[in-house]
Design a protein. Structure first.
Length: 423
């Protein structure tokens, strides 16, 4: 987002119309299926959600109120559905991508500090209903925790969504891809802080934090300012235990603090979002020193590869791609990253600008996407490919730096006007 970095308006100087809205606010205005039957976090909840989705084709937002061995907790599944996120962002109307881009261009944000609602101190991670998601997983995983690190050079706060294996009551192993900004920040600080880098993980609270955690926001942007900017709302964070740790949203349901260390341990296999088990990795250990929660906490869960998690990937890709192309001067009507391609491997762009130029810019902006389809009438891209002329470009696809087949760009031309049948 080079044309107007998010957060260029100093924090506290902007004035935004929207008030603070949290996961609990969004729940009140959303349809939910409440499950009263007793359920165990170990496989039973994810099995129930998967069976529902197979039977009905989709799964609603579900609130499990009767968690075996965790009487004070509820578990919320499928909470990051598209409608809930767009409602929260107040982008629930036609032209929402253009509205989001205009907000990012304006760069207005407010991030304020106030007291946390997560005041109940727990003895260890064992007091949280952390789930085992798939039968072949190594064990319990935090899949819906957002991780916050602070860049030592800039002081900017970075949010990321990573899988976190819970290996003991006070110990986790976090997998961070080396390409992520979180990993880069850790590498900057690790040599200078042999005792470990302060890290905060949180669940619930401000829904925009999940969008920011999934998004590839430029490292020079503060994640909390991005959340405020894209939503047009104030974001309230805690003081990180008097500044000792990165901040969490003041309304977070659960806040976990510790030190990200140079010690490494095994994590995985884990049932990843593409529907297969990832191989074990050797990844950094987090030593946990503080676990807190709200009264009657709602523990958000995320089943990888299902609608809720894929929607986060799809939505942030659409917002950022639309914004980058608009900043480059292109007339873009819509960007779509379908969930059937896991929200990131197929990108369909509807534009009135020259398709070849848009395609080149899009393929340069997103190196992870494998197939791009660009044209003026691509609401049904495969229909348009079938009816009209296409131009194709390809280049080597790199997966973690190694060649793996090709990535494809398709320009769909309008072609001759057709006389369509009536029936």
């Amino acid at each position: 987002m080079s044309c107007a970095p998010v957060g260029e308006v100093p924090v506290g100087k902007a004035r935004l119309a929207g008030g603070v809205v949290t996961m609990r606010h969004a729940m009140r205005s959303s349809k939910m299926f409440v499950v009263p039957e007793p359920m165990k976090p170990n496989l039973e909840i994810t099995k129930f959600v998967s069976a529902w989705e197979r039977r009905h084709g989709e799964a609603p937002t579900m609130l499990f109120r009767n968690i075996v061995d965790y009487p004070n907790f509820s578990i919320l599944m499928n909470f990051t559905k598209r409608k809930m996120l767009l409602d929260w962002l107040e982008l629930d109307r036609e032209g929402w991508q253009e509205t989001a881009s205009q907000r990012l261009l304006a760069g207005s944000s407010i991030v304020s500090v106030r007291g946390t609602q997560a005041v109940s101190k727990l003895q260890s991670l064992d007091e949280l209903p952390i789930m085992t998601h798939q039968p072949g997983d190594k064990g319990r995983y935090l899949t819906s925790a957002v991780t916050c690190l602070v860049d030592p050079e800039t002081g900017l706060r970075n949010l990321g969504c990573y899988r976190v294996y819970v290996s003991g009551p006070d110990r986790c192993v976090i997998f961070m891809d080396q390409r992520t900004h979180g990993h880069q920040i850790f590498q900057k600080r690790a040599a200078e802080e042999p005792g470990g880098v302060p890290v905060t993980m949180f669940l619930g609270g401000c829904l925009g934090s999940y969008l920011a955690g999934a998004a590839n926001i430029p490292l020079e942007n503060d994640s909390y300012e991005f959340v405020s900017c894209i939503s047009g709302r104030e974001v309230e964070v805690d003081d990180g235990l008097n500044g000792a740790f990165p901040p969490a949203p003041a309304d977070a349901e659960v806040v976990i603090r510790g030190f990200l260390t140079n010690t490494c341990a095994s994590e995985g296999p884990f049932g990843e979002f593409k529907g297969y088990y990832s191989a074990p990795t050797i990844s950094p250990v987090i030593e946990i020193v503080d676990v807190r929660c709200r009264a009657s906490p709602i523990f958000p869960g995320l089943l990888c590869g299902k609608e809720s998690g894929l929607t986060l990937m799809s939505l942030q890709n659409e917002i950022l791609m639309h914004h980058r192309l608009r900043c480059a001067g292109f007339d873009v009507d819509d960007v779509s990253n379908p969930l059937d391609a896991f929200g990131e491997y197929l990108c369909v762009i509807r534009t009135r600008s020259p398709a070849a130029e848009v395609l080149e810019a899009a393929m340069e902006a997103d190196k992870r996407c494998k197939v791009f389809i660009v044209g003026e009438q691509v609401e049904n891209p495969f229909l348009q490919i079938s009816r009209g002329p296409i131009r194709v470009t390809s280049e080597t696809y790199l997966r973690r730096g190694a060649p793996e087949g090709h990535r494809l760009g398709i320009c769909v031309d309008s072609g001759p006007e057709l006389s369509l049948v009536e029936y």
